[in-house]
Design a protein around this ligand. Structure first.
Ligand code: BG6
Ligand code: MG
Length: 227
């Protein structure tokens, strides 16, 4: 059994409620294309890169044949709209329970990293006043594979100087939970309505329920049971 020494966090929907703003920005693009998406459909975009998200939306209407320039234009528009939506982001937008969790973790000596698919992650962390709270932020542009591949979680652990199984990963997306588990890391799922093949070790409905001691205890108990 390995001692937990690190915490690896997704950003959007875990540290702050940007998941909703990604959805609103995509919805505007989809509406313009005449494609209907709703919050339930949007679950599949969580954790998915900007380019892959656009491809998933476009796949809803096979009659729409866009060339590379048109796609690039839509990607830029989506990001511009997203940036408008996060323009007023401040520390007040950190999700409930997260400040306490980060404080407890720091005090207990855990090393912490961000494993987000978002190229906007450093900007958002700065707006939240959290840039100095993490020992590492994985640059998604340096990755070969996107979530659900485990690479981003492996890289986060590596950046902390830890084995993946000595970290706990926190995610609000199915792609993220799969990536964490495939990286051999215990996983905490936040507000995920239903699971497929990959199951988390701990499940909470909202970040307000995240209590560090309780989570570490649950992960250890689970490891003991599973040997
Ligand atoms: C993930 C979000 O964290 O980042 C996705 O869950 C988003 O919804 C992805 O598409 C990429 O973000 P960005 O900021 O690079 O467009
Ligand atoms: Mg997320």
């Amino acid at each position: 059994m390995s001692e937990i020494k690190g915490l690896v966090f997704d950003l959007d929907g875990v540290i702050t409620d940007t998941a909703e703003r990604h959805y609103l920005a995509w919805k505007r693009i989809a509406d313009r294309l005449g494609i209907e998406i709703d919050r339930e459909w949007n679950e599949r975009l969580k954790g998915i890169s900007r380019t892959e998200s656009l491809e998933l939306i476009l796949a809803e209407d096979p009659t729409l044949l866009l060339d590379a320039d048109e796609k690039e234009q839509l990607l830029q528009e989506k990001n511009a709209h997203y940036l408008e939506l996060i323009a007023q982001t401040t520390a007040a937008d950190i999700l409930p329970g997260i400040p306490e969790l980060l404080d407890d973790a720091k005090r207990a000596g855990y090393r912490m990293a961000i494993a987000s698919a978002s190229k906007n992650a450093p900007l958002i962390l700065a707006r939240l006043g959290l840039s100095a709270s993490f020992d590492a932020v994985v640059d998604p542009e340096s990755l070969i594979h996107n979530k659900p591949h485990p690479e981003i979680f492996e890289r986060a652990a590596q950046a902390l100087g830890l084995e993946t199984h000595a970290c706990i990963g926190f995610e609000d997306s199915l792609a993220g939970i799969e990536g964490i588990k495939r990286a051999d890391m215990p996983a905490v799922a936040i507000g995920i309505p239903a699971f497929g093949e990959w199951l988390p070790d701990v499940e909470v409905a909202t970040t307000a329920e995240l209590k560090l001691a309780k989570i570490v205890h649950k992960v250890k108990m689970k490891e003991r049971v599973e040997g």
